[in-house]
Write a protein that binds this ligand. Structure first.
Ligand SMILES: C[S@@+](CC[C@H](N)C(=O)[O-])C[C@H]1O[C@@H](n2cnc3c(N)ncnc32)[C@H](O)[C@@H]1O
Length: 323
């Protein structure tokens, strides 16, 4: 074979591998989307209002729309992501909800300062984000204050985050401070593998790489017993904490959720591979409920009419606060 033929042969193999890897990551994203869709459907009724902390590019806007919400407030630290979320919102047809977008650090700013006095939420959602707050206690407390301050009694706080129990078990099973498979890599700062026993539960940092676009993002271990204890101080009671494996087994039995799973094409031609299933195991879903009431019954879906969207949707700035 001449060198060009060799290059072309290997290019094809590399492309093929990259394609397969990309489709696996896409399937994982679809699995994550399925978990979020189930959480949203389980805790939302028509006419609900929702606060989405760390909303990203608005990947959940359609899910909220199909759940029948009438007000959506999305906050994120990345302006570019918010711009994409707005574009998505503006391009949606027959939307039934008003949307507002806030730019800033949700674990430092006081979100309620930027809301009207009467704005209250039935659901607060924070998907794949609370681990960024676990840098220190102050940030977690601000997150919980933002969750609770405008959540109605009986309302839900729903989310997803890496499962610290799984992460630590996997870390202890390897020689070094790093583990992974063909689709993810996790590298802890170390040097101790036995935290947080007798140690502070804050600031336990690792770097997680899932695909080429999300390289080496620093994240912090979420010590859930600490989170649950502090959340109780903000009137939030834990209702569900379930690793994604168990979540799948529980909710795939529900015909409506199986239908969403099939629609999202989570399973590839050859089913879910071992590495995909292993990456799914890294996450957990959680639900808290605000004390002091029952969830709002919502309205009949048919009572909710599509709204006239404003010509422009603005991004409002939030400021960090020290105290
Ligand atoms: C993995 S993405 C998840 C986005 C979205 N919730 C979803 O499920 O598609 C994490 C998001 O958290 C945001 N984020 C990280 N730290 C934040 C902070 N301190 N305040 C607000 N958003 C933050 C990032 O900008 C990013 O959009």
């Amino acid at each position: 074979m001449d060198s060009e033929a060799v290059a072309s042969f290997y290019n094809e193999r590399v492309n093929d591998k990259t394609e397969r890897r990309t489709s696996r990551i896409l399937r994982m994203r679809n699995f994550n989307n399925w978990v979020k869709a189930v959480l949203i459907q389980l805790h939302t009724r028509p006419n609900y209002s929702v606060l989405d902390l760390a909303c990203g590019k608005g990947g959940d806007l359609l899910k909220w729309d199909s759940a029948g919400v009438t007000l959506y407030v999305g906050c994120d630290i990345a302006r570019v992501s918010l711009e994409q979320a707005i574009e998505r919102y503006q391009n949606m047809r027959k939307v039934k909800f008003d949307a507002m977008f806030l730019h800033g650090d949700c674990f430092s700013a006081r979100v309620e300062r930027y809301l009207s006095d009467e704005a209250m939420f039935d659901v607060v959602s924070s998907q794949f984000a609370i681990h960024y707050a676990f840098e220190n206690e102050k940030r977690v407390r601000r997150l919980l204050e933002n969750v609770s301050s405008r959540l109605k009694p009986g309302g839900f706080f729903i989310g997803t985050t890496p499962d610290a129990n799984v992460l630590i078990r996997k870390l202890r099973a390897v020689e070094g401070l790093e583990f992974g498979n063909s689709i993810f890599n996790m590298a802890f700062d170390g040097p101790d593998k036995y935290f947080p026993r007798d140690k502070s539960p804050w600031g336990i940092r690792y770097r997680f790489t899932l695909d080429e676009n999300v390289m080496d993002t620093p994240e912090f271990l979420v010590h859930f017993p600490t989170f649950q204890k502090i959340a109780a101080e903000y009137d939030l009671e834990l209702r569900l904490l379930m690793n994604f494996h168990q979540f799948y087994l529980e909710f795939i039995k529900v015909p409506e959720f199986l239908e969403i799973y099939e629609r999202l094409k989570v399973v590839g031609q050859h089913g879910i591979t071992y590495d995909e299933w292993d990456a799914i195991f890294l996450y957990t879903a959680f639900v808290f409920q605000k004390r002091g009431g029952s969830p709002d019954p919502g309205l009949d879906r048919s009572d909710i009419e599509p709204i006239e969207k404003p010509e422009e949707t603005l991004i409002h700035e939030m400021e960090d606060e020290d105290d």
